[in-house]
Design a protein around this ligand. Structure first.
Ligand SMILES: Cc1cc2nc3c(=O)[nH]c(=O)nc-3n(C[C@H](O)[C@H](O)[C@H](O)COP(=O)(O)OP(=O)(O)OC[C@H]3O[C@@H](n4cnc5c(N)ncnc54)[C@H](O)[C@@H]3O)c2cc1C
Length: 450
C-alpha cells in the first residue's frame, strides 16, 4: 500500500485499512456498497498530486483508499462534436495526446500533467496555465458518470452543449473533492488544435505595470492570448539557482516578469509579429522595459522552464508557507503590496515569493523562510502567517483556495471565511448526497456543520 499512502507536501501521514483498485464503474459501485455495509469510509485517489491532502486516507481501521488508476479507457472521441469521453483514471497527458492524435486540443495543462488524472482534475476543478482562454476544468466538461454513496450509478455522460432541462447536476460533483460522489468518467470538450504558438518574457519595473500590460495585451492580441503568468524577482532567482538549463532572460534584472503565450489555429496568423507590435506599443507607453519573443518551440520551452521550475526550486530555499489565493485581476498589485508588507512586518527577513496565473487573478503567494532561520521554527508559524494573508485576501473579496481546493488542509478556513448561509447550503448538500458521511470524511466540510 505504501505508494498510495504518500502526500505531496508531507503535511499528513496517510493510513488506510486497504487500497482497492477497481477496473470498471460497476466494480466501483460494488466497493461503495460493500463499504456502506461495513461502516467503512472511502477516500478516492487519482494521481495523488493534490496539494491539500484530499486524497490522504487518515484511518488505518476505517478508511478504504479507492484508486481509479486502472480505469484508463478513452471510451470515445467524437471529432465532429469536439468531445472525448475518458475514464477517471486517464492521465491528463494521455488525454491531451489522444485529442492531438485527432487534430484536436484538450487545453487543460499544468506542471503535474504527466501524473494527475481526469477524476482528480475534475474533483479539484483544476486550473493551470490556459484558464485565461479556456477556463477551469469545470468549463471543459459536458457530462460525467458518478457512483453515488448508495452505490447507484448516475450516467450523466451527456455530450450536449445546450441542455436546460433541469438542475446542472454535474457541477455539484466537479470541485467537490470526492465528498459527494465518485466520478468514474467524463465527456470533455475539445478545441481546434493551434497551428502556431509564440511566447514572450517581459521585464517590468512594478507589479502595477504587469496588470496594465495584461489588459493592453489582451486588447491587442484578441483571443489568441492563452496564458499570462507573473513572476517576482525572488522566484526567478530561485529557479535560476536550482533548475538546470535556466538562464537569466536579459542582461539586466527586473523586479517583475510576465511570461505570455499566444496560440492560433488560423493559417494566416503571425503571432510573433503580433506580440512584437503589442510590446513596442507597451514600451512607448513605458509599461514594458525589455522582452524576448520565442517563436520556436525549443526557445519557448526555455522561457517556460523558468516558470515551471519555481515550485521545485523553492524547496531548495528551505521552508515555504503557501497561499493559493485569488482576487480580482485589477487588485493584484494591492494584494501583493499589502500581504508582503504585513508578512515582513511580522517576520523580518521573510522572502515573499509571488508568482502565478495573473490572467486569472490567482497568485501563489508563498513565503520562503528568512535565510539561516531554523526550518521547523519557521514552519511552526504556518497558521499565524496564513491568518495574516487570508485576512487581507478576504478583506479584498478574494478566495483563500483559488485552484488547489480545500482538502484536509483548509476546512477551518471555510468555517472562518464563508457565510453561515453558504456553509449551511454546503452541509445540506453533503447530507442529501452522502447521509452517512462515508465519502472522504474530513475533507472540505468544516467539522460540526454536516
Ligand atoms: C507540480 C504541481 C503543479 C500543480 N499545478 C497546478 C495548477 O497549475 N493548477 C491546479 O489547479 N492544480 C495544480 N496542482 C495540484 C494538483 O495537480 C491538482 O489539484 C490535480 O487536479 C489533482 O489531480 P490528481 O489526479 O492528482 O488528484 P488527487 O490528488 O489524487 O485527488 C485530488 C482530490 O480529488 C479527489 N478525487 C480524486 N479522484 C476522484 C474521483 N474519481 N472522484 C471523486 N473524487 C476524486 C481526492 O479524494 C482528492 O480530494 C499541481 C500539483 C503539482 C504537484
Amino acid at each position: 500500500m505504501a505508494p498510495y499512502l504518500k502526500e505531496q507536501r508531507g503535511r499528513f501521514e496517510p493510513q488506510a485499512a486497504a487500497v482497492v483498485l477497481p477496473a470498471q464503474t460497476a466494480q466501483v459501485a460494488a466497493v461503495v456498497r460493500a463499504c456502506a455495509g461495513a461502516d467503512a469510509a472511502i477516500v478516492p485517489q487519482a494521481g495523488n498530486t493534490g496539494l491539500c491532502g484530499g486524497a490522504a486516507a487518515q484511518d488505518a481501521d476505517r478508511h478504504i483508499l479507492l484508486s481509479l488508476e486502472r480505469m484508463t479507457r478513452i471510451r470515445e472521441i467524437d471529432r465532429a462534436n469536439f468531445t472525448l469521453t475518458a475514464e477517471a483514471g486517464c492521465v491528463l497527458a494521455d488525454v491531451q495526446a489522444a485529442a492531438a492524435a485527432q487534430q484536436r486540443l484538450f487545453p487543460l495543462s499544468y506542471a503535474a500533467e504527466d501524473r494527475c488524472q481526469i477524476g482528480g482534475n475534475l474533483s479539484t476543478n483544476a486550473g493551470g496555465m490556459n484558464v485565461l482562454r479556456y477556463g477551469n476544468a469545470r468549463e471543459l466538461v459536458l457530462g460525467i458518470e458518478v457512483v453515488l454513496s448508495d452505490g447507484r450509478i448516475w450516467n450523466g455522460l451527456s455530450s450536449l452543449r445546450k441542455d436546460n432541462s433541469g438542475y446542472d447536476l454535474k457541477d455539484l460533483f466537479i470541485g467537490a473533492e470526492g465528498t459527494l460522489g465518485i466520478i468514474t468518467a467524463a465527456v470533455l470538450k475539445l478545441y481546434p488544435q493551434p497551428r502556431h504558438r509564440a511566447s514572450a518574457i517581459i521585464g517590468l519595473l512594478c507589479v502595477e505595470d504587469a496588470v496594465t500590460l495584461l489588459g493592453e495585451l489582451r486588447s491587442a492580441t484578441g483571443e489568441t492570448l492563452v496564458a499570462c503568468e507573473i513572476m517576482g524577482r525572488v522566484p526567478v532567482e530561485f529557479t535560476l539557482r536550482h533548475t538546470p538549463g535556466c538562464r537569466e532572460p536579459f542582461g539586466s534584472t527586473y523586479p517583475w516578469y510576465l511570461l505570455i503565450e499566444a496560440a492560433s489555429s488560423r493559417r494566416t496568423d503571425h503571432l510573433a509579429d503580433l506580440l512584437r507590435g503589442a510590446l513596442q506599443q507597451a514600451k512607448r507607453e513605458r509599461l514594458a522595459c525589455e522582452w524576448r519573443v520565442a517563436e520556436l518551440s525549443t526557445e519557448a520551452a526555455t522561457l517556460w522552464r523558468i516558470r515551471k521550475g519555481i515550485p521545485a526550486a523553492q524547496k531548495h530555499e528551505g521552508g515555504s508557507i503557501k497561499h493559493d489565493v485569488s482576487v480580482p485581476v485589477s487588485r493584484i498589485a494591492e494584494l501583493i503590496h499589502r500581504a508582503s508588507a504585513a508578512a515582513l512586518q511580522r517576520l523580518p527577513g521573510i522572502r515573499p515569493c509571488a508568482f502565478g496565473h495573473i490572467g486569472d487573478g490567482n497568485i501563489h503567494f508563498n513565503l520562503s523562510q528568512p535565510p539561516g532561520m531554523n526550518t521547523d521554527l519557521f514552519l511552526a508559524r504556518w497558521d499565524e502567517l496564513n491568518r495574516i494573508v487570508h485576512d487581507i485576501v478576504a478583506d479584498m473579496g478574494g478566495s483563500f483556495a483559488a485552484e488547489h481546493g480545500v482538502g484536509r488542509l483548509k476546512p477551518g478556513e471555510i468555517a472562518r471565511y464563508k457565510s453561515s448561509v453558504e456553509i449551511d447550503l454546503m452541509s445540506r448538500l453533503k447530507t442529501a448526497l452522502d447521509p452517512s458521511g462515508m465519502l472522504n470524511p474530513g475533507v472540505m466540510i468544516p467539522p460540526h456543520s454536516a
